[in-house]
Design a protein around this ligand. Structure first.
Ligand code: GLC
Length: 471
């Protein structure tokens, strides 16, 4: 089966969040079971672009409204990723250092999608599945079906995977001129609340929709940033498939980004060494339980609640615990988190920014990972944490609901709470401190966590079944 993944992010080319990890791993594991899966994404100016070799694969010409442009499709030349990676180069529009955050992001991603569909129509043998990820690829199923120039793609099956429905690619109707000549009788498919909504359009037009966890698929009917009735109507097309993690990249026994390697048999001793080094580097106390937060400092992750909750927890426990924050995001939250560094020297620190290496070091050193997310479609960090023997403390929502069992359960290996507020977090931190002191229980949970299997091998079979159901 030939599967073309279309995404705004893909690790290691460009990563802003979990979307990149998934799109960078899923095709690799699909190819291992004999599929022919590939990724198409924009060519941003990233380090990976500069440090690797690329072949020119295709040159095309098309237009975005009244702007006519040339585009080039380049391909990673060694095949080392385990799948073909194609980049769409649109000079002046996509070739910038950042993935998101420009005033013309709408035009950039519509331009990207137009170029991709234009290229696909010129394939001699069409792919079996066009697999779109999130709203940045959300207009593609519509374009394939209802744009006059792309009639050749009308029967090619499309799948949409929703990694995050909070972002929807909403644009004013004036932007409709950016979509190449389309069948006006299908206007209703673009329409949502007097705007064009790329995600809603994809939900209406794709042959199948997957969400990145079963719980999230249900949750969207009640909480999806305005699309609740749509998800309620389209529930029949929706399936939740829990993400996998790349066990080759995320393996504490071989991870090249950590100093002391370990597996379940020597985790206690070796992890302690990592923790000690991290604590020396960031002025923390290795003798206290270490809780880390790793992620974007945004409202969705409830990062705004962290400064208050951490301060409260440190005061209440007389600094009986340490915290380390890794991430970047909203300025107010960054400042509030940084401010605490002077208040609690030796017990609290931050690494504002994101470096893959610091993330890996933190998983390999910490005792607990805190994820108070307000919205968490799947969440990969808790899965990485489990693999590294780090106990997750999570809010009971979306994928966190599906992947963490509270330690109150006989086979529990985590701590779950209901509300993204200070009170619930502080209470959970106290539970963490208590279990940390109970070495037998703590070790049992670490052992249990490390053997849980979230590898992609079984997940790709679930995707295969989805494809087969529509072919
Ligand atoms: C988004 C979601 C996250 C999910 C990831 C990969 O980043 O917020 O929950 O794990 O996509 O699917």
């Amino acid at each position: 089966m030939v599967i073309v993944h279309i995404s705004a992010e893909c690790y290691p080319m460009a990563k802003a969040g979990g979307l990149a990890d998934v799109v960078g791993a899923l095709p690799k594991y699909q190819n291992k079971i004999g599929e022919k899966a590939m990724v198409v994404m924009p060519m941003y100016q990233t380090a990976f672009l500069q440090q690797n070799k690329w072949d020119v694969h295709f040159k095309g010409h098309t237009n975005l409204g009244d702007w006519f442009f040339d585009f080039t499709i380049i391909k990673e030349s060694t095949g080392k990723l385990g799948y073909d990676l194609f980049l769409v180069d649109i000079h002046g529009l996509l070739d910038r250092p950042k993935i998101y955050g420009y005033p013309d992001d709408i035009d950039r991603f519509v331009g990207f999608q137009v170029a991709v569909v234009n290229w696909l129509t010129q394939w001699e043998v069409l792919p079996d599945i066009v697999h779109c990820h999130d709203h940045q690829a959300g207009l593609i199923p519509f374009m394939m079906k209802y744009c006059f120039d792309y009639q050749k793609l009308q029967l090619v099956k499309t799948v949409l995977t929703i990694h995050n429905a909070q972002y929807q690619g909403v644009m004013d109707w004036a932007k409709s001129i950016l979509i190449p000549r389309w069948d006006i009788s299908k206007k209703g498919l673009l329409e949502w609340n007097n705007t064009i909504n790329s995600l809603a359009t994809a939900v209406k037009c794709a042959d199948k929709i997957t969400t990145v966890s079963p719980a999230y698929s249900q949750q969207l009917k009640f909480q999806s940033n305005g699309l609740e009735t749509l998800f309620d109507n389209e529930q029949g097309k929706c399936v939740g498939i829990l993400n996998g993690i790349d066990n080759e990249l995320w393996d504490p026994a071989t991870d090249s980004m950590i100093a002391n390697h370990y597996n379940a048999s020597n985790v206690i001793v070796e992890k302690k060494k990592n923790k000690k080094a991290l604590c020396v580097k960031y002025n923390l106390d290795p003798n206290k339980p270490l809780i880390v937060f790793i992620g974007r400092l945004v409202g969705e992750k409830a990062a705004d609640v962290l400064p208050g909750a951490i301060q409260h927890a440190l005061d209440k426990t007389n600094c009986g615990v340490n915290f380390f924050i890794v991430g970047a995001g909203e300025t107010a939250t960054e400042s509030a988190l940084n401010y605490l560094v002077q208040l609690y020297p030796g017990n609290y620190n931050t690494f504002i920014g994101y470096e893959e290496r610091v993330g890996h070091e933190a998983y390999a050193s910490a005792d607990f990972l805190l994820m108070p997310s307000r919205v968490e479609p799947c969440g990969l960090n808790q899965l990485y944490a489990l693999r590294y023997g780090t106990i997750p403390i999570v809010r009971d929502t979306g994928g966190l609901h599906d992947t963490v069992v509270d330690m109150g359960d006989p086979d529990g290996f985590g701590i779950k709470f209901l509300n993204a507020n200070e009170q619930d977090i502080v209470y959970s931190v106290e539970r963490a401190i208590a279990v940390y002191q109970d070495k037998i229980q703590m070790n049992k949970m670490i052992q249990y966590a490390m053997q849980i299997d979230h590898s992609w091998e079984s997940v790709v079979i679930a995707y295969k079944k989805i494809y087969e159901s529509i072919l």
